[in-house]
Structures are given as structure tokens and as C-alpha cells.
Design a protein around this ligand. Structure first.
Ligand code: SF4
Length: 451
């Protein structure tokens, strides 16, 4: 959970209207929160760091898993109790009846990426300040991430219909942003000091399909609104660029040379979810998985330092022990560098609820542990292979130890992957990219010295 409401502060009478934000859920929701914060600041509202100093509180909810829905409802309750004036937005906002039943006192409920409606609800409940130009917003907008990295959202929604997922029901079909808008935003972020761009969407490889890959002009050059041209444009900005949620559609092969040239960070986040054809079929996953292993091996030959992150679900309805073994063999053979693993959860309104062969909880639990043990071995082998190498790392900030900093290698995305514990004689700043000698490793993290 990301929140701006950490420290208590007194209420100032007659002050500029202040809005508190509680942002729950994934990086995509965080980007929505950033956009709302940017709009609020552009109109002259201030952002309050605590409930008591806020004139009203916006709660950006997540509605993906039942546990996230519970967390969202709890956060709304906490905000009502602490402040009283609460507007709800985000994924769970697509089901206003659930929110209004649990919390009849909420002032308004809007759905995901309904920025206009959120602003309308704020205006209705908190009059904007007289002079909207007293607070100037930087052209890069306002962000909730540290200054040196930023999420770049390229589209909303999804055209796929994976049986376990309700995102298309919550967020609708794929709606891509025109490529010049994305590239202009990326350029502004880089100008504002961002050193690492994290490209996010629900299905990054499908980018532009809904816009029929419409061509646009950026810096005098033509770019089609499609994944490859996006990568080409971003690679010209000279910062680390990580691609998240890339499905292994055939055209992804054409993107690999950009990583081989060093133009794009050699990191691919591909949510495979499973490897058994039976389970993938029941999941209704996009992108053919045929030859995926072969293709990954070719990618690794072309880009030897490629890091692949993925997420998997174990205990999906109908998953047999044989299917599960296929999954373990896949992560071993593909040498998946980083993996998140979830036990299948019966999400409300998901089609997979109706599938036959639901797996007992204790079997899910047992498979999850076996998966994590296998993955820890793969990650540890990868980490051990880094000892003795020299590589660029990006600094996130000081660690708790004097003379030590927290950094990340190109194989580590912020918040989800490992870190590099970096000793340095000189003070380093967040966003510094320095060369590091890697001297030690454990299962997920590396240790090294700045050179
Ligand atoms: S690709 Fe599948 S899992 Fe991902 S958002 Fe679309 S429907 Fe959901």
C-alpha cells in the first residue's frame, strides 16, 4: 500500500484545500494515483500527508483478489473513521454497490481511470482554491515513486479473457495511448531526472492493436503506435528501460536485438502463469506457448545477460501432479531468473470459479512450497554466477549500514526483485549509476563494492 498519510499534522484554518490520498494495489493503480495527484496540484489543491490535515481523502482501491478487496474496504473504513469525507476510486470502484453497502457514508465512488469523474467528485465536495496558478506543476507531473525511476503506463484494459482474471471486466478492453503521447511523457520524465523507465500495461506486446498501430510523429520522426516502435523511441532517451507484462507473441523476437545492442535494459517481465498446455488452455492464456522454451534459449544466446521475471499460479483448477511437474521442469530449463508464485484464488466473478477439478488448499500449499524451493535454487545459481563480475547498478539510497547503499542491477526491477548491497567510500545519491564489483551473493541479493 502506498499512502501519503503517514505523519500527523495540525489542521490550519482557512488553508488551501487539502486532499489526502491512499493508493492501494499494483503499479498501474499507482500511476492512476499519480495522475490524480497531478490534476489536483494543477488546480491548486494541496496534498495532505495525514488524515487529520486533509479536508477530504481519496482512496484508490484494488479489486483484483478477494484479499485485495478486503484490504480496500478496510482502508475505506479507516479513512472514514479518521477523516469522515471519503471519495473512492480505482478497480473496486467498478462495483459501487459493494463499497456503498460496506460504507454507506462514502461521498462518491468512481471506477478505474475515471480521472474526470474523480475530479468532479472532488470539486463537488471541496471547492477549488481561487487561484489555480499559485501551485505550478512540473511538466513531468507529480509522482509517488522516488525521483529517479518512474512507471510509464502505455495502455489501459485488456483484450484477453484469461479465465482467472477480472481485469477486463473492471478496466475494459485494450485502450492504448497514442505513441507520441507516451514518448513525450517519457522525455519529460527523463528531463525531470528519471534514470529508469518501467513500462507497464496489462499486455505490453499488444500495445497499439486497438489504434490499428496508427503512425505519429515524435521529434520529426515517424513512429507507429506499436511495441517495437515504442521500444525504439524509448531507447533513444538514454536511460534504463524495463519492459513489464510482455507476452511472448512472435513479434517479441524482433525486439531482442534492441536488448542485444544495449538500447533497452536486458530484462523481460513475462507473466507465463503456467507451462502445461492443459492448464494454459483452461486459463485461456494469450500467445501460443509452442516453442517458448526454444525461443527463450535463443534469446539467451543473443542476450547473454538477459534476466527473465515471471509470475505463476499453482493449484489452478484441474492442475494434475503431471502438469505441476511440467511447470517445475519449465522454470528449471528456462532458468527463470525471478518469479512470483501465487496459489490459485477463487476470485469473485472470475470464469475459473466454474471450472471442474478445484484443488484442495493443502495440495496448493504443498505445490507452492515445492515451486518456491525450486525457484530459490535457480535464483541462487544465477546470483552465484554474478560473483566476480563488474556491472552497472543504480542507487536507490543509503542502507542501514554506514558506508553502504541499496542499489539494483539491470536484472532487478524496483520493489519486486533483489537488491545489491553496495559499499562505497564516497556518498552516492539516488539515481546514480555506478560500476560495482560483485563480491558475494545469497539466494536473491548481491553484495559488492563501488569502483
Ligand atoms: S492478459 Fe489475462 S491476466 Fe492479463 S489482464 Fe488480460 S485477461 Fe487479465
Amino acid at each position: 500500500m502506498t499512502t501519503t498519510l503517514d505523519r500527523p499534522a495540525p489542521i490550519k484554518p482557512n488553508a488551501i484545500p487539502k486532499v489526502g490520498i491512499v493508493s492501494l494495489g499494483c503499479p498501474k493503480a499507482l500511476v492512476d494515483s499519480e495522475r490524480i495527484v497531478t490534476r489536483l496540484r494543477a488546480e491548486g489543491y494541496q496534498i495532505s500527508p495525514d488524515y487529520s490535515g486533509a479536508d477530504l481523502v481519496l482512496v484508490n482501491t484494488c479489486g483484483f483478489l478477494d484479499s485485495a478487496r478486503e484490504e480496500s474496504l478496510d482502508a475505506i473504513g479507516e479513512a472514514i473513521e479518521a477523516n469522515g469525507k471519503v471519495i473512492v476510486t480505482g478497480c473496486l470502484g467498478a462495483e459501487p454497490e459493494v463499497i456503498e453497502k460496506a460504507h454507506p457514508k462514502v461521498l462518491a465512488v468512481t471506477g478505474p481511470h475515471q480521472y474526470e469523474q474523480v475530479m468532479d467528485a472532488v470539486h463537488e465536495n471541496l471547492t477549488p482554491p481561487h487561484n489555480p496558478h499559485t501551485d505550478l506543476v512540473p511538466e513531468s507531473g507529480l509522482r509517488l515513486t522516488p525521483r529517479h525511476y518512474a512507471y510509464l503506463k502505455i495502455s489501459e484494459g485488456c483484450n484477453n479473457r484469461c479465465s482467472f482474471c477480472i481485469i477486463p471486466k473492471l478496466r475494459g478492453d485494450l485502450a492504448s495511448r497514442p505513441i507520441h503521447h507516451v514518448l513525450i511523457e517519457a522525455e519529460q520524465l527523463v528531463r525531470a531526472g528519471v534514470k529508469e523507465l518501467l513500462v507497464i500495461s496489462q499486455d505490453t506486446s499488444a500495445y497499439g492493436l486497438d489504434l490499428k498501430y496508427a503512425p505519429q510523429t515524435w521529434k520529426g520522426e515517424e513512429y507507429e503506435t506499436r511495441f517495437l516502435d515504442l521500444a525504439r523511441g524509448l531507447s533513444s532517451l538514454g536511460v534504463w528501460t524495463r519492459m513489464h507484462y510482455v507476452y511472448p507473441y512472435p513479434h517479441v523476437d524482433k525486439f531482442i536485438p534492441l536488448m542485444a545492442e544495449g538500447a533497452i535494459t536486458p530484462y523481460l517481465d513475462i507473466p507465463f502463469q503456467h507451462a502445461s498446455a492443459n492448464v494454459l488452455k483452461a486459463m485461456k492464456r494469450p500467445a501460443k506457448q509452442d516453442r517458448v522454451l526454444e525461443r527463450i534459449q535463443q534469446w539467451r544466446r543473443d542476450v547473454p545477460d538477459l534476466a527473465i521475471r515471471s509470475t505463476f499460479i499453482v493449484g489452478f483448477p484441474g492442475e494434475t501432479e503431471e502438469d505441476f511437474q511440467i511447470l517445475l521442469d519449465f522454470i528449471r530449463e528456462a532458468k527463470i531468473d525471478r518469479a512470483g508464485c501465487f496459489k490459485y484464488e477463487n476470485v469473485a466473478h472470475a470464469d475459473s470459479r466454474d471450472l471442474p477439478g478445484h484443488i484442495p488448499e493443502e495440495v496448493k500449499e504443498e505445490r507452492w512450497h515445492r515451486f518456491m524451493e525450486t525457484q530459490a535454487e535457480i535464483s541462487a545459481a544465477r546470483a552465484a554466477a554474478q560473483i566476480g563480475t563488474t556491472q552497472d547498478v543504480i542507487v536507490d539510497g543509503p542502507s542501514d549500514e554506514p558506508g553502504e547503499f541499496l542499489a539494483r542491477s539491470k536484472a532487478d526491477a524496483p520493489e519486486i526483485d533483489g537488491v545489491v548491497y553496495l559499499k562505497s567510500d564516497t556518498a552516492l545519491q539516488p539515481g546514480d549509476i555506478v560500476s560495482a564489483n560483485i563480491t558475494d551473493a545469497d539466494a536473491y541479493d548481491l553484495y559488492g563494492n563501488a569502483v
